[in-house]
Design a protein around this ligand. Structure first.
Ligand code: ADP
Ligand code: MG
Length: 635
């Protein structure tokens, strides 16, 4: 482990030239954005004072997109168009997603051979996880620019330590779509350690215990002179705060059913409602002895039960215990005795629960660090890194370097993997290795890039394949093909190859197979510009329709009430104009460009009823005045 700390040259800002940089925790359940203000890392809130933005994106019928609390509230009524936990699908293909039965979304396999990523069918069309995540990032970016009053120079975005190349690339692509300049991707546990200032400690080994909404991650980081090395990671991708909610939910159901088997199953909406109540009760019990769960179900049943803290612990202790098994495995992989752990950091909203804290304390035989909010700590650390990267701090500040989480290598003869960059190499890194031809006169060579620790190609993850062509014909073994692997500071890989003996340059650079190409990003950007125009048109049309319909309703009511104020001819004139407008509003006659005609007909109808409106006004005034003398009307 040579190169340990770097300071970025030429990046220190002149005093008073504070560059706006942010840290973003793009979480499975909640996302946050933070920045360093007056030397202190702070999470930015939205206008309602919320720090956490639920990572939920909803595509509305009118073409709008909403993100956060508003989208979360509609999850049960519009599940297919309300996407939650999209992080689980980043950089994944259809076959990567096991157990799809419980996911309400409509998945579609992307184009094989281009970007293998999967797509989700929504009412706004096919959306990739990258595009959906970009909506979350756009919302956070807008929040930051509003509260900081300027354009952002860049962002540090956090990713789980175990994210592979494809998942990291997908995260970067999402940021590009959101028009964010990514300064660096940073591992979540590393960010948490930075927030606690552990990077200032000279040396040590730290455990980051992260229990979020739906995932549990444990990371063991070793800090040596400014570099965090991931000694081991483990976890459970199907264990989190949601499971605690589910236990309470089942307990409530048992209570209200009271042993009767005739209770009809709950509707989707009642299930959501009860789960929400369960989550609130769980969070309440973190600081209180008992929680009351009160709500009325759609079948009229009134739920009114009280859950005590000891009961809650009894219901969920097995879930807490379940986190300890990956923890033990990680400790075993890191090959460390418990005494060597210098600190334990709690991350994730679910670690607020006292029995989780106790279990961690008991296992590690030390009190965990909790003075920073566990659901904010990752964003806070990312903001500190971002601030350093844009040069807001002095030259003496040191940048933190990450390491490669998995080994990177090439396929060689016999389906074996030759590792080029071993795991835990400090980033950025470039390593080259020479290969040669297998047959006489061979002019092309197929290169297969793999990621993983195993020996066999079939046990590793395939990242990319490409062919090096134009090798001059030589006897077998004479050509010298130099293959170079480069991993940049974000953990992104590029591979190039060239033949050296003949001086024939044949260079190729590959991007990971799941990543988007420049053209694809461009097309997506262009289509989102195109969509913006469509969205605008749809909104104008919707508004015209609403205005037309409300005028029609008002006039129908007026005709019914005061129709006798009009002559037969006058009445017919108005009815004719109403018919014109009604006809334009018929389902089959409406198209994207109808708004102009609807507006015109609405105005014509309005004009035709001016006289009628005046008569009605007079009539209503005389009705009001009837039987009153003038004196009583004086103000
Ligand atoms: P993620 O990393 O998955 O985006 P978070 O770190 O935001 O998620 O954690 C979300 C989880 O934390 C949810 O299950 C939520 O109910 C839980 N949580 C938040 N606050 C509390 C609290 N006060 N007590 C118990 N659980 C909490
Ligand atoms: Mg998290």
């Amino acid at each position: 482990m040579a190169l340990l700390q770097i300071s970025e040259p030429g990046q220190s800002a002149a005093p008073h030239q504070h560059k706006l940089a942010v840290g973003i925790d793009l979480g499975t359940t909640n996302s946050l954005i933070a920045t360093v203000r007056s030397g202190i890392s702070t999470v930015l809130q939205d206008e309602q004072g919320h720090a956490l933005l639920p990572s939920v994106v909803r595509y509305l019928p009118n073409g709008d997109v909403v993100v956060g609390h508003e989208a979360l509230a509609q999850q049960s009524t519009d599940p297919v168009n309300t996407i939650a936990s999209v992080k689980r699908f980043m950089g994944r293909s259809l076959k990567d997603i096991a157990d799809r039965a419980h996911i309400p979304y409509r998945f579609v396999e992307g184009d094989e051979g281009t970007t293998k990523h999967l797509l989700l069918q929504t009412r706004a069309g096919l959306k990739s996880p990258v595009e959906i995540s970009a909506e979350i990032l756009k919302t956070l970016k807008a929040r930051a620019e509003k509260s900081l009053g300027g354009e952002l120079v860049g962002a540090v975005i956090t990713v789980p330590a175990y994210f592979d190349d494809a998942q990291r690339q997908a995260t970067k692509d999402a940021a590009r779509l959101a028009d964010l300049n990514v300064l660096r991707l940073l591992n979540e546990p590393t960010a948490a350690a930075v927030a606690y200032g552990l990077d200032n400690a000279s040396e040590g080994t730290y455990v980051i215990y992260d229990l979020g909404g739906g995932t549990f991650d444990i990371s063991i980081l070793k800090l040596t002179k400014g570099v965090f090395e991931v000694l081991a990671t483990n976890g459970d991708s199907a264990l989190g705060g949601d499971d605690f909610d589910h236990r309470i939910y089942c307990w409530v159901l048992d209570k209200i059913r009271g042993g009767s088997s005739s209770f009809t199953p709950l509707s989707e909406e009642d299930t959501r409602l009860l789960l929400t109540k369960a989550r609130q009760a769980k969070e309440w019990l973190t600081n209180n002895h008992e929680a009351q769960i009160v709500c009325r179900l759609s079948n009229g049943v009134l739920v009114d039960v009280t859950l005590t803290a000891p009961q809650f612990i009894e219901l969920t202790q097995h879930l807490v215990a379940k986190t300890l098994s990956p923890t033990r495995k990680a400790m075993r992989d890191a090959n460390l005795p418990l005494e060597d752990i210098n600190g334990v950091v709690l991350v994730g909203g679910a670690t607020r629960m006292p029995h989780v804290r106790h279990a961690v304390e008991e296992y590690f035989k030390q009190e965990p660090l909790t003075n920073l909010d566990p659901d904010k700590v990752v964003a806070l650390g990312a903001a500190i890194q971002a601030n350093m990267l844009v040069g807001n701090r002095s030259d003496n500040d040191l940048l933190l370097l990450d390491v490669t989480p998995l080994s990177l290598g090439l396929e060689t003869m016999g389906g074996l993997v030759e590792k080029i960059i071993p795991r835990n190499s400090t980033l950025p890194i470039a390593r080259a290795q020479e290969f040669t031809t297998f047959k006489d006169g061979q002019t092309a060579m197929s290169i297969h890039v793999l990621q993983g620790e195993r020996e066999l190609v079939s046990d590793c993850r395939s990242l990319a394949r490409f062919e090096l062509r134009g090798i001059p014909p030589m006897v077998a073994g004479a050509a010298r093909i130099r293959v170079t692997f480069t991993v940049d500071a974000d953990g992104l890989l590029s591979v190039s190859a060239h033949e050296t003996t003949s001086n024939v340059e044949a260079n190729i650079v590959v991007k990971p197979s799941y990543g988007l190409s420049e053209e694809q990003i461009l097309t997506m950007l262009q289509s989102s510009f195109g969509a913006a125009e469509n969205d605008k048109q749809a909104r104008v049309l919707a508004e015209a329709k609403v205005d037309a319909e409300s005028l029609l309703t008002a006039i129908s009511a007026a005709l019914k009430q005061d129709g006798d104020l009009l002559s037969m001819k006058g009445k017919q004139k108005i009815i004719a104009k109403m018919d014109v407008l009604k006809d334009l509003l018929l389902e089959g006659n409406i198209h994207a460009g109808s708004s102009g005609a609807i507006r015109e007909a609405t105005e014509a109808l309005n004009a035709a009823t001016e006289d009628f409106a005046a008569r009605r006004m007079d009539a209503s005034v005389s009705r009001a005045l009837a039987g009153k003398n003038l004196d009583s009307l004086k103000i």
